[in-house]
Design a protein around this ligand. Structure first.
Ligand SMILES: Cc1ncc(COP(=O)(O)O)c(C=O)c1O
Length: 398
C-alpha cells in the first residue's frame, strides 16, 4: 500500500487540485475482477469509469472483458466512434436526437442494444427504426428488487418484475418487424450496491446480510423463469446480463447468466470498502492543497467538496485518505472552496504545512472524472501518463 510520503513525492510540482489513478492498483483490480467473473464475461459499466483511456486499458487486459454498458445514447455514439464494440444502453433512452444516430450506427454494422421496460419504449424505438429502415436490437430490463411486507429492498427502475409483466412486452417485440429481442438485464442493486460490512453498524450489517442471502435465491429464480419462458416463446437470447461489482460472487453462480456488469470495482471508491465478500484496491483519488492552519490540530484545504450522487447523507462525501488519521468536521463536510480537517493523534502523522497535499478518495467511482480533465497515471513510484477523462476531451453526458 502507498504511503503519504511516496504519493507526495510522486506528484511534487503538479498544481492542485488534481486527480490520479494508480495503475498498479488498477491492474490488480482488473485481474481480481476477471477472477471473480468465474466463467462469465464482464461488461464494463462506463458510468463508473468515464475515461476512454481507462476503458481501453481494461478492455485490452483480458478476454473476459467484453462489451460496455453505456449510460446515455450520446455516450454510446461517442464510444462507438472511439472503436468500442458491443454497446448496451444500460437505461431506457427516448429522445429521437439521441436514438437516431445510434440506429444509423446499427445500420452500418455496429452492435448497439437499447434498453426497454415497457411497450411505450418499444413503440418509440419502432417508430424511429422504421424511419431509418433498420431493425434494432433491444434488451428487457427485469426488476430484481425484493419486496417484503413493509420493506422494498432494492431500487425503483423497471416495472417488469416477473413473467406476467414481461410477457406482453416480449410479445410486442416479437410481433414487430423493426425491433428484435437481443438480451435481458437485471440489476440486483440490493445485493450489488449495498454494503454489508459498514463500520459501526453491526446490527444493520447483520440484517442486510440476511436480506441479501434471501434475495440471492429469489433473484436467481426470477431470472431463470424469465429466460426459460422467453425460450418457450421462441425468443432466444444473445446475453443474460446480471449484477454489478458488489454481486459478482452471487451473480456468477446463476446458470442462466452469461455476463455480469462491473465498473466501480476498478477504481474501488469509499463505498466499495464496505462489503464482506471482496476488497479491491483504492486505485483512484484526488489531492487538494493545504492553504491554512486555523489551529495546531486543524489544516484547511482549498476545495475538496466533490460529493457523490444518491441520498444526501455523510456516506456520499469524499474522505481524506493520506496521510491516515485526518477527518472531516461533521458540520462542514467537504466544502465548495474550503475543507477543514482535524489532525488525529496518530504517532506516524507527518508534519503538515501550508502548501502540502492531502489525498482524498471519492465516495463513488466515475463521478470523480466529472471534476478533472485528466487522471495522472502513476506506476512504480512515478507518473507515467495522463489519462484523459470524458470531461478532458470536452464530453459530458449526464
Ligand atoms: C444497470 C446497472 N448495472 C450494473 C451496475 C453496477 O455498476 P458498478 O459495478 O459500477 O457498481 C449499475 C450501477 O448503478 C447499474 O445501474
Amino acid at each position: 500500500m502507498p504511503d503519504y510520503a511516496t504519493y507526495k513525492s510522486i506528484f511534487a510540482g503538479i498544481p492542485m487540485p488534481y486527480a490520479f489513478i494508480d495503475l498498479d492498483m488498477l491492474d490488480r483490480n482488473i485481474r481480481d475482477i476477471a477472477k471473480a467473473a468465474g466463467n462469465k464475461k464482464i461488461r464494463i459499466a462506463s458510468k463508473s469509469i468515464r475515461s476512454v483511456d481507462v476503458l481501453r486499458r481494461i478492455m485490452r487486459s483480458d478476454d473476459v472483458y467484453e462489451g460496455v454498458m453505456c449510460y446515455t445514447a450520446k455516450e454510446a455514439a461517442f464510444l462507438a466512434h472511439e472503436g468500442f464494440q458491443d454497446l448496451l444502453l444500460g437505461y431506457p433512452t427516448w429522445d429521437a436526437q439521441g436514438v437516431l444516430p445510434l440506429i444509423d450506427l446499427i445500420g452500418e454494422g455496429h452492435v448497439i442494444t437499447f434498453m426497454v421496460d415497457s411497450i411505450a419504449h418499444v413503440e418509440q424505438l419502432e417508430r424511429l427504426a422504421k424511419r431509418r429502415g433498420v431493425r434494432v436490437p433491444v434488451c428487457l430490463d427485469i426488476d430484481m428488487s425484493a419486496n417484503y411486507p413493509g420493506l422494498r429492498f432494492g431500487v425503483w427502475r423497471s416495472p417488469l418484475d416477473g413473467w406476467d409483466s414481461v410477457r406482453p412486452v416480449a410479445e410486442r417485440i416479437q410481433a414487430s418487424p423493426w425491433v428484435r429481442l437481443d438480451g435481458i438485464m437485471g440489476y440486483e442493486a440490493q445485493i450489488a450496491g449495498v454494503g454489508d460490512r459498514v463500520p459501526g453498524q453491526a446490527l444493520k450489517n447483520a440484517i442486510v446480510r440476511y436480506l441479501k442471502r434471501r434475495s440471492v435465491k429469489d433473484v436467481a429464480s426470477r431470472r431463470e423463469e424469465v429466460v426459460s419462458r422467453l425460450r418457450e416463446l421462441g425468443l432466444p437470447l444473445r446475453f443474460v446480463n446480471a449484477g454489478g461489482t458488489g454481486s459478482l460472487a452471487s451473480s456468477r453462480t446463476e446458470k442462466a447468466v452469461t455476463e455480469m456488469t462491473a465498473g466501480s470495482g476498478f477504481y474501488s471508491p469509499l463505498l466499495f470498502d464496505n462489503y464482506r465478500s471482496f476488497r479491491y484496491m483504492p486505485a483512484a483519488g484526488f489531492a487538494v492543497e493545504i492553504v491554512r492552519k486555523p489551529r495546531r490540530d486543524i489544516v484547511t484545504c482549498l476545495g475538496g467538496g466533490y460529493t457523490a450522487s444518491g441520498a444526501a447523507d455523510g456516506t456520499k462525501l469524499p474522505r481524506p485518505y493520506l496521510p491516515a488519521g485526518l477527518s472531516l468536521f461533521p458540520l462542514e463536510g467537504a466544502g465548495e472552496v474550503q475543507t477543514p480537517l482535524l489532525i488525529g493523534k496518530k504517532a506516524e502523522m507527518p508534519d503538515l504545512n501550508i502548501g502540502d497535499p492531502v489525498f482524498f478518495r471519492h465516495a463513488k467511482a466515475g463521478e470523480l472524472c466529472e471534476r478533472f480533465n485528466c487522471l495522472y497515471a502513476i506506476s512504480d513510484g512515478s507518473i507515467v501518463g495522463e489519462y484523459a477523462t470524458y470531461r478532458g476531451v470536452g464530453e459530458n453526458f449526464l
